[in-house]
Design a protein around this ligand. Structure first.
Ligand SMILES: Nc1nc2c(ncn2[C@@H]2O[C@H](COP(=O)(O)OP(=O)(O)OP(=O)(O)O)[C@@H](O)[C@H]2O)c(=O)[nH]1
Ligand SMILES: [Mg+2]
Length: 165
């Protein structure tokens, strides 16, 4: 399940971001916080309801011009963290996305039993990520917390890669 958003840089450059996360992880909440104007992002396409193989053709269509990846995880949901690990590594294996920078949002940090960044990093096996630039950021999507910091990191990766704007 994923969403494509466009982020606009300081010079008006547009970057396409693929936002992926399990059901209930906070994707829609995150997008609403963006629309509220805290981050200069615009939703352009929404891919609904499945990461199943039968719609891979559709995903591929969206992958082609993606600049960066955001994976949002519900840190309060230990029961599905294995599913989350499967989902993130599935996306990371996709050929079109191999060199794209990855921002992981450790969401729902406001909840008392939320996994810490370190625990999530371990449970998602992020140490298996190879050379790709990646970063993990705490977030509270319902309060818009951590989103800006995370997306700023992602924007800096685009700058490094010499996008001419
Ligand atoms: N406590 C807390 N709740 C959150 C946070 N972010 C999202 N939620 C809640 O989690 C629930 C699911 O959030 P959504 O944004 O709908 O999740 P989603 O990823 O869009 O889910 P699907 O569209 O079903 O895939 C909602 O009740 C949100 O209010 C957070 O940071 N903290
Ligand atoms: Mg949603």
């Amino acid at each position: 399940m994923g969403v494509i958003a466009s982020q606009f840089g300081p010079k008006g450059q547009e970057h396409k971001i693929l936002l992926v996360g399990l059901v209930g992880s906070g994707k829609t909440t995150l997008l609403h916080s963006l629309k509220a104007g805290e981050v200069r992002c615009l939703v352009t396409h929404v891919i609904v309801n499945s990461g199943h193989h039968r719609i891979r053709g559709l995903w591929r269509h969206y992958y082609t011009d993606v600049d960066g990846l955001v994976f949002i995880a519900d840190c309060n949901d230990r029961d599905r963290v294995d599913d989350a690990r499967e989902q993130i590594h599935y996306i990371l294996r996709e050929e079109e996305l191999l060199d794209k920078p990855l921002l992981v949002l450790a969401n729902k940090q406001d909840l008392p039993n939320a996994m810490s960044v370190a625990e999530l990093e371990d449970k998602l096996s992020l140490n298996q990520i190879g050379d790709r630039p990646w970063f993990i950021q705490e977030s509270v999507a319902i309060e818009g917390k951590g989103i800006n910091d995370g997306l700023e990191w992602l924007s800096r990766q685009f700058d490094c890669h010499g996008s001419s704007g």
